[in-house]
Design a binder for this molecule. Structure first.
Ligand code: CP
Length: 306
C-alpha cells in the first residue's frame, strides 16, 4: 500500500493508515538492524540530502544511519559551515543541491513551515526533521512506535506530555499522532508554557504534575527550550524543577508502573533527574534505537512514491 503523501511534512497531513503502515514497515526494519548484516539494498541509486539549518545530534545521525542501512547515497549540509552565512536564500541553497541530482531532502529548519514552503517549489521529496516550533513528525512516529512496542497498541492509552508545550514541535506532532491512533493525551506544565489554543487540539490540560502522573500510563518529559524563549515564562529553572521535575521520590510515591520517555536532549536535574532518566522505567534509549528503524520505514515508503 502506498502512503497517502509524497512528502512527510507533519503528522497533521498524514492518515492513521499511513502511521500504521510506517509502524509495520519499521517492525521489519528493526529486525533487519538487529541482524549481523544490517544493510539492505532497498534505496540503492537513491540520493538523499540531509539539510540541517539548526543543531541536531539524534535526528541527524539517526537519518544518516537509516539512509546508510538502506544503501542510499547521502550528502550532508550544515548551515553553520555553508554559504547561508554569506546571505544565500533557502530556495537557492536547495536548488543548488538539487542540481546535483538529489532525489530526497531531509530538512531541519528553525522557521515553522520551511519544509511546506520548499515542497511548493521543488520536485524532490521532503522529510521534515523538525521545523521551529511547528512539527517533528519522525520524533512522534518513533515515540508512538516505542509506546506500541511497550503496550501492544496505542488505542486507549493515557499519555502525558509534560513541560514546555508552547515551544515544542515534539508535543504538537505527538498530540496529532496519539489522537489519530485513539490514545488519550493530557498536557501538563506551567500555565505560561501551555498554548491558549490547546483545547482545540482535543487534549486535556493539567497544571499539577503529581495528578497527571497518577492519571497516565506513560509520561513524555520535555526540555525547557530556553533558546526559543525571548521573554521569561517562569521565575527560575529552580522554581520550575520544584513544581515540574520528575524525580525518584515522586516516582516512588506514585506506587504504580509508569513508562518514562524523553525526546532528548535531556537537561538532567531540570525536567528529570539522572536517577529517573537512567532508571528501568525510562525507555529513552529504546526511543533512540527505534528512531533508526522508523526513519528507514519513512524513507523506504516515501521512495516508493517518488
Ligand atoms: N529529539 C531530537 O530531535 O534531538 P536532536 O535535536 O538532537 O536531533
Amino acid at each position: 500500500m502506498p502512503l497517502s503523501t509524497r512528502h512527510l511534512l507533519g503528522i497533521k497531513y498524514i492518515e492513521r493508515e499511513d502511521i500504521e503502515q510506517i509502524f509495520e514497515t519499521a517492525d521489519n526494519f528493526k529486525e533487519v538492524i538487529n541482524r549481523p548484516i544490517k544493510k539492505v539494498p532497498s534505496l540503492r541509486d537513491i540520493t538523499i540530502a540531509n539539510l540541517f539549518f539548526e543543531n541536531s545530534t539524534r535526528t541527524r545521525l539517526s537519518f544518516e544511519l537509516a539512509e546508510k542501512r538502506l544503501s542510499a547515497d547521502t550528502i550532508n549540509f550544515s548551515a553553520g559551515s555553508s554559504s547561508v552565512k554569506k546571505g544565500e536564500t533557502l530556495l537557492d541553497t536547495v536548488n543548488n543541491i538539487l542540481a546535483m541530482k538529489v532525489d530526497m531532502v531531509v530538512m531541519r529548519h528553525p522557521m515553522p513551515g520551511a519544509p511546506v514552503f520548499l515542497g511548493k517549489h521543488i520536485q524532490a521529496q521532503i522529510v521534515n526533521a523538525g521545523d521551529g516550533t511547528h512539527e517533528h513528525p519522525t520524533q512522534a512516529l518513533l515515540d508512538g512506535f516505542s509506546l506500541r512496542e511497550k503496550f501492544g497498541e496505542l488505542k486507549g492509552l493515557r499519555v502525558a506530555i509534560v513541560g514546555d508545550i508552547l515551544h515544542s514541535r515534539v508535543a504538537l506532532s505527538n498530540i496529532f499522532l496519539l489522537n489519530k491512533m485513539g490514545a488519550e493525551v493530557r498536557v501538563c506544565g506551567p500555565p505560561t508554557l501551555i498554548p491558549k489554543y490547546i483545547h482545540s487540539l482535543g487534549v486535556g490540560v493539567s497544571y499539577d504534575l503529581r495528578q497527571t502522573l497518577q492519571w497516565c500510563d506513560a509520561a513524555n518529559m520535555l526540555r525547557i527550550q530556553l533558546e526559543r524563549q525571548d521573554i521569561k515564562y517562569f521565575p527560575s529553572l529552580r522554581e520550575y524543577s520544584l513544581l515540574y521535575q520528575l524525580n525518584m521520590p515522586l516516582l516512588e510515591q506514585l506506587g504504580k508502573p509508569l513508562v518514562i520517555m524523553h525526546p532528548g536532549p535531556i537537561n538532567r536535574g531540570v525536567e528529570i533527574t539522572s536517577e529517573v532518566a537512567d532508571s528501568e522505567q525510562a525507555i529513552i534509549l529504546e526511543q533512540v534505537e527505534n528512531g533508526v528503524a522508523v526513519r528507514m520505514a519513512v524513507l523506504y515508503l516515501l521512495a516508493g512514491m517518488g
